[in-house]
Design a protein around this ligand. Structure first.
Ligand code: ACO
Length: 478
């Protein structure tokens, strides 16, 4: 193993001197924030590019697994060339040791561990620890980690009136993006991102408080009293308790549902450099605080092409309504002149079955069996999957069901309103966002994100006084 690189930004003296509050972040060596080890990049060879008679030699880099990568950094300073890659489909923006995906093979691994193994044999807290610290915890490390997360589950009491500033029918993602960004106005002792301890403190706080925020926004929307976290419960249990219990009745968390919730969280915890994670990294590259960066990630996740797809799947299934309407929907999805897409199908990276969808399908069956639900929507979903998977259009374009295809059905069966689905995704993805953000801060090669463009606008032209301006066409002729 190569030597660990020093953090780009060492702890500031001022924060080192400030007295530590008890148990905020454990001080034992095992829980100290390890620095990201990003040294496993090798120069594999080089590639030649000829441009205007000049030969350009570019290094080809290789990490531990995955695609070889052309190092284009000299292109602009040495040759005045940019690269064009809308949607960053062929661009690696960072080195990362957190998650590996092979989309052609349908592989997803966190820190080397297969997602199916983690989902079957681990739990969400373990996966959070793994993403943040790079290794699975020992029993003592795990206990310490869970205890610390528990310690931070409550919200500042002034967050509640902030919540009440929203309309009760607000979309939960609108509430979450506002509240999470607003946490930076409450926790001033964890805003200095150059201090590893403060970075860790804000990370623990976010992982701990996200379920509380999600449950609280649900309670507010339906006019029920807020239910405070119960720290003797496990993370997923606590979330179900805060969401579904009422003060007037006992509530016993169903272990099958708690297990399913935990598994859904594992399956959504991280997914490499997707749109929301890249947004978190980009926001973080400017030095913004953790709460602001995670709020940026939540905003990006909201879209129907990303985390909003689980909500969109249910809307689509409800619109289809019956198995007999599926052929028409398939026809529309294939029609080039129709923008209609099958929600929950396709993925930018997976061109094979989404490995998370396989685990999710099994969990879906378990939950429906436990609850004795015979959901006609599930019949529509199964038939849609069957028809799409045997249709040449979907086969050729390698459009398989993704993780969101099943998660919506499970969440609906568990009693979550559709509007909450994307928010649950955000609760789980916070672990990945934070791990990726922290890795970025500790990476000496990272600098502020600043893509370039191909300018296609007007050339230089003269300012025209308003009295002499005609239509846009006339102006162009001036
Ligand atoms: N239904 C029908 N056709 C589709 C679908 C779909 N769900 N997805 C892609 N296609 C078609 C496109 O029309 C395009 O066809 P063309 O080559 O004839 O123009 C081709 O497949 C490639 O599609 P792109 O949009 O270029 O693929 P991209 O990688 O950019 O998009 C995405 C991936 C956004 C996930 C897309 O498949 C999609 O919109 N799916 C539905 C939304 C969804 O389920 N999102 C959740 C993603 S998983 C997640 O965020 C957790």
């Amino acid at each position: 193993m190569a030597q660990k690189k020093p953090a780009k930004k060492p702890a500031s003296k001022a924060t080192k001197k400030s007295p530590a509050k008890p148990k905020i972040v454990p001080k034992s060596k095992s829980m100290a924030a390890p620095l990201a080890d990003l040294s496993h990049v090798e120069v594999e060879g080089s590639a030649k590019l000829t441009y205007k008679g000049k030969e350009i030699d570019l290094k080809v880099l290789h990490g531990t697994e995955g695609h070889s990568t052309l190092d284009i950094r000299p292109l602009l300073p040495q040759f005045g060339l940019l690269t064009y890659d809308p949607g960053f489909g062929s661009t690696a923006n960072c080195r990362s040791a957190i998650t590996f995906i092979d989309g052609d093979e349908g592989i997803l691994r966190h820190r080397g561990y297969d997602i199916a193994d983690l989902a079957e044999r681990g739990d969400f807290m373990e996966v959070c620890y793994l993403l943040l610290h790079g290794e699975l915890p020992t029993p003592q490390e795990k206990a310490e980690f869970e205890q610390t997360v528990c310690y931070h589950t409550m919200l500042h009491e002034q967050v509640y009136p902030m919540m009440e500033g929203y309309r009760r029918d607000a979309h939960p993602m609108a509430v979450m993006v506002g509240i999470v960004g607003g946490l930076s106005a409450f926790y001033h002792d964890s805003l200095d991102i150059s201090d590893p301890e403060q970075r860790m403190l804000s990370s623990y706080r976010l992982i701990a408080k996200m379920p509380t925020i999600a449950a609280m926004s649900h309670k507010y929307s339906i006019g029920q009293p807020y239910v405070y976290p119960q720290n003797h419960l496990k993370y997923a249990e606590n979330f179900l308790h805060m969401t579904f219990s009422v003060p007037s009745e006992p509530y016993i968390v169903n272990p099958v549902l708690a297990k399913a919730m935990d598994r859904i969280m594992i399956l959504h915890a991280d997914h490499e450099q997707n749109a929301s994670t890249s947004t978190v990294r980009l926001a973080g590259s400017s030095g913004a605080n953790t709460y602001a960066c995670i709020a940026a990630g939540i905003a990006t996740l909201w879209g129907p092409l990303h985390g909003g797809a689980n909500e969109a799947v249910l809307q689509m299934l409800a619109e289809i309504g019956s198995v007999k309407n599926i052929p028409n929907i398939i026809r529309r999805a294939k029609d080039k002149n129709d923008n209609y897409r099958l929600m929950g199908f396709g993925h930018r990276v997976y061109k094979n079955y989404d490995p998370r969808a396989q685990v999710m399908k099994k969990t879906c069956e378990e939950v429906l069996r436990e609850l004795g639900i015979n959901d006609p929507m599930l019949d529509v979903a199964m038939e849609l999957e069957h028809i799409a998977l045997s249709d040449p259009y979907f086969i050729e374009k390698k459009l398989y069901p993704n993780v969101d295809f099943y998660s919506g059905i499970i969440l609906r069966a568990m009693g979550f309103p559709t509007k909450m689905f994307t928010m649950l995704f955000a609760v789980a993805r916070t672990a990945g966002w934070i791990a990726q953000w922290k890795e970025m801060i500790e990476d000496s090669e990272q600098r502020i994100g600043r893509p370039r463009q191909i300018y296609v606008g007007e050339n230089k032209r003269k300012y025209v006084p308003i009295s002499q301006r005609g239509s846009a066409a006339k102006l162009r002729a001036v």
